[in-house]
Design a protein around this ligand. Sequence first.
Ligand SMILES: Nc1ncnc2c1ncn2[C@@H]1O[C@H](COP(=O)(O)OP(=O)(O)O)[C@@H](O)[C@H]1O
Ligand SMILES: O=P(O)(O)OC[C@H]1O[C@](O)(COP(=O)(O)O)[C@@H](O)[C@@H]1O
Ligand SMILES: [Mg+2]
Length: 342
Amino acid sequence: MRIGVLTGGGDCPGLNAVIRSVVRTAATQYGSEVIGFRDGWRGLLEDRSTPLDVAAVDGLLTRGGTTLGSARVAPEKLDAGLDTMRRTLDRHGVDVLVPIGGEGTLTAAHLLSEAGVPVVGVPKTIDNDIDGTDLTFGFDTAVSIATDLIDRLHTTAESHQRVLLVEVMGRHAGWIALHAGLAAGAHLTLVPEEPFDVDDVVRLVTERFARGDSHVIGVVAEGAHPLPGQMAFREGGVDEFGHRRFTGVAQQLGEELERRTGKEVRATVLGHVQRGGTPTSFDRVLATRFGLHAAIAAHEGHRGQMVALRGTDIDLVPLARAVARLKTVPASRLRELHAFTG
Ligand SMILES: Nc1ncnc2c1ncn2[C@@H]1O[C@H](COP(=O)(O)OP(=O)(O)O)[C@@H](O)[C@H]1O
Ligand SMILES: O=P(O)(O)OC[C@H]1O[C@](O)(COP(=O)(O)O)[C@@H](O)[C@@H]1O
Ligand SMILES: [Mg+2]
């Protein structure tokens, strides 16, 4: 058998560990070959590939990013390129394609699968917002990095009796903010799932200083936004790939808070540092198990499925189910979070 692999969407710690695991499983358990397509779907559209044998994936377990590269392609171009991609796969004798990606890449994988291309998907995203799997690799690494950095902000904030707002990633889902906020003892955490009430935030800041607390740490997901009409808030529109452009919610909320509370506020945007560098041991193991089970599923004839973590087991779920909706933070988890607000 010959397996094709590609990585799509934003890079994520653990992608290389999946690639290594697919290659090693295919080679050592089945004597199969693997070919990597470069820069996501673009590699299939432009026929750019590289053979992947066991030697080629040596050292990849701990390496962040993706050695195959990743790129975005406008969905319309992808739809129009379906036959081109199919021809590329045929030319290279690929029996099963294993796309590793987020909800966008997996939506495209589902479309290919519906069009008859044999596909076994692997979910990746630091945002942890893919449905059908309890967790995605990259999330634990991103939370660990964010937690470490927020820990460091406590001392500088208390030294100056300041409010520090930390903006973390999370386009549609507040999982990183929720976990890093809880882990680092933030006084306030704002997520995209629940528009925030600026009056409540002003009250929290005022009350903390009034009762003698030294500082305020607020964690703000990049996709968080205020209730309509509460403060001036710039919208950034969408980019050519249909993604919302962010305009710096922490900075804008910070300016509003300074004006209304008279306290000094600083905003820190963690940005891409959250997805750079080596994956945590948890993510290395999850990525390795995903790669192993994707290769097994490919050889056992499963198609149109995605590997998923359910409890402690790796299962298969239909791609159709995985991409039907995003996995956002449920109300029950938000209630838990609110118990630690203030
Ligand atoms: N609705 C869609 N239909 C077809 N292709 C899509 C769709 N959404 C995304 N894609 C393809 O998948 C790529 C990666 O998606 P993106 O959302 O950027 O990253 P991720 O896979 O991490 O969610 C896009 O550049 C595009 O080529
Ligand atoms: O690196 P880019 O293209 O600016 O994308 C940033 C986005 O990618 C992410 O890091 C991960 O999102 P995906 O997993 O959907 O690619 C988001 O948290 C963030 O909003
Ligand atoms: Mg996406």
